[in-house]
Design a protein around this ligand. Structure first.
Ligand code: PLP
Length: 383
């Protein structure tokens, strides 16, 4: 026991420094970090451009209230909407807060409070975001949730059609359920959602907290689907390790968040915004995103080469990949760590691979070697 709450099941290693994909623990042991702080450190650890930005901006101005103009926020917002149909941004500090903003914006805009979300989704731990999350284990013990969320089975067109009525103001989903086990939205489901949203005047909220900022090989994952969200929430990769989140929304929603309607003290402070801008200057480039797609293909091919298909299913997009092992993976995560590879699970049976977007093919080779050893070779004892 120590002076901290015990609300995380922490692994017994202490990472003290990192560079790119490699991190080092307090004993000097090195690891390939295929967690990226859970899809956060998209440019790897201690990226020189981010280090420089933090140094330079921290000497100028860390924080000033949102009571004053923020050209940095305007520029960041412009970078985020310049290549899509969205028009405006608002900044906060985390994924849960981004989803709170999205939920509040949808409720206020439609005047309707009923929001459809999906089983096994994850939207965060604050009351609104937790209530949106379709997992009982996340709700347990916290008493009455925020009202009027309905959790439907994911990718079930019939269930969705049945549940929609005039009380529904919004549908909220992840393009790839991250914490829920790396499950992608199907084309049929995306099409059904589109039709329902148009026909019933329902807003679409896409939670891109994990999938956004290049993680799936495009700026946002919705670009690879037919979905056209009214509101997008984001965080994780946006600051590359510096806490910042935000929402994007279409021009129609602009008036709904007028002065005094919503806000947060830190949201988009100059230090956070300058780091996020540097992240986007790197990630929101066609050549960078093409490389992410190439690395994804390379990693998937390598995995398919070494892992027997009948035993392991590989899911996901870009560098948000899952290996469904069909059995509990907690012990495998620990073993991988001993071999020098940091992984995180997605649900009980899925190993999640989230390397920095800057990972090299050589690092991918090394990681796959370790996975091969753990998943295939140690299974069949040498005779
Ligand atoms: C991580 C995550 C969140 C919560 O983000 P926090 O920054 O931890 O509040 C919300 N939605 C999705 C899809 C996530 O992966």
């Amino acid at each position: 026991m120590n002076a901290l709450f015990n609300n995380y099941s922490r692994r017994p290693i202490c990472i003290v420094e990192g560079k790119g994909t490699i991190v080092k623990d307090s004993n000097g042991k090195q690891y390939l970090d295929f967690t990226s702080g859970i899809a956060v450190c998209c440019l790897g650890h201690a990226h020189p451009a981010l280090v420089k930005t933090v140094q330079e901006q921290s000497e100028k101005l860390w924080h000033i209230s949102n009571l004053f103009e923020s050209p940095g926020q305007v520029a960041l917002a412009e970078s985020l909407v310049k290549d899509n149909h969205l028009a405006h941004a608002l900044f906060c500090n985390s994924g849960a807060e981004a989803n709170e903003a999205a939920i509040k914006l949808a409720r206020k805009h439609t005047g309707k409070h009923h929001i459809i979300t999906f089983k096994n989704s994850f939207h965060g731990r604050t009351f609104g975001a937790m209530s949106a999350t379709g997992q009982e284990k996340i709700h347990k013990g916290f008493g009455p949730l925020v009202d009027q969320f309905t959790y439907l089975p994911f990718n079930d067109v019939e269930a969705l059609k049945e549940a929609v009525d005039e009380t529904v103001g919004a549908i909220m989903l992840e393009i790839i359920q991250g914490e829920g086990g790396i499950h992608e939205v199907t084309e049929e489901f995306a099409q059904a959602i589109n039709e329902i949203c148009v026909n019933h005047d329902i807003l679409l909220i896409v939670d891109e907290v994990q999938t956004g900022i290049g993680r799936t090989g495009t700026q946002f994952a919705f670009e690879q689907t037919q979905l056209k969200p009214d509101i997008v929430s984001m965080a994780k990769g946006l600051g590359g390790g510096f806490p910042i989140g935000g929402i994007l929304a279409t021009a129609e929603l602009y008036e709904t968040f007028g002065p005094g309607s919503h806000g947060t003290t830190y949201g988009g402070n100059p230090l956070a915004v300058s780091v996020a801008q540097t992240v986007l200057d790197h990630v929101f480039n066609e050549s960078f995103l093409n490389e992410v797609q190439d690395k994804s293909k390379y990693l998937i091919n390598k995995l398919q080469e070494v892992l027997p298909q009948e035993q392991f299913e590989i899911r996901g997009k870009g560098l948000l990949l899952g290996i469904d092992c069909g059995k509990d993976v907690a012990a495998l995560v620990e073993k991988a760590e001993k071999e020098g590879l940091l992984l995180v699970a997605a649900g009980p049976q899925v190993l999640r691979l989230l390397p920095p977007l800057t990972v090299t093919n050589q690092e991918i080779d090394e990681a796959v070697e370790i996975l091969k050893k753990l998943l295939v070779e140690e299974k069949s004892p040498v005779v």
